[in-house]
Design a protein around this ligand. Structure first.
Ligand code: FMN
Length: 131
């Protein structure tokens, strides 16, 4: 039997205006709703100025979702750090995990464990972003 193929896009961007300092919850709410329907999982990190997001899922869904996100005026200077195909998800438990605080302890621990087990490119991108 063929393994599933997931496309994984990891990008960085900069928040425009004061979007980064605003509550992330409207973005997360839409993301979780859409991503749940589209079979997308991932992680969104922000420090209030920069975003780093990983999207993973069926290739067509990832392409459509990323195209929509790339047009969003709430951020700019989008740079793709990694675009690859994988047979397993890194964040399969999350329609969009949030690494911006607010996540409860349990979630944070599961997230850190997922990052520890993530491919080196993914781990490095989030480590670099967070420093
Ligand atoms: C940093 C950032 C991350 C986002 N992540 C997602 C996401 O994972 N999934 C998603 O559907 N929308 C995400 N969005 C929101 C989309 O850009 C878009 O507003 C939303 O999908 C609704 O699209 P529509 O207005 O064309 O229906 C994100 C927006 C930003 C600024």
């Amino acid at each position: 039997m063929n393994s599933p193929q997931y496309r994984r896009i990891l990008y960085r961007s900069l928040a425009t205006g004061n979007h980064g300092r605003r509550d992330l919850s409207p973005i997360l709410a839409v993301s979780r709703l859409n991503n749940g329907l589209d079979g997308i999982s991932g992680l969104l990190w922000t420090d209030g100025h920069r975003y780093v997001q990983l999207l993973e899922g069926p290739p067509d869904s990832v392409a459509l979702t990323f195209a929509r996100i790339a047009r969003d005026p709430r951020h700019e200077a989008i740079e793709i750090a990694d675009d690859s195909v994988a047979t397993e998800r890194v964040f399969g438990d999350w329609t969009m995990a949030d690494l911006a605080g607010g996540a409860d302890e349990d979630n944070r621990e599961r997230l850190m464990a997922a990052l520890r087990d993530a491919p080196a490119a993914v781990r490095r991108a989030f480590e670099e972003a967070a420093t």
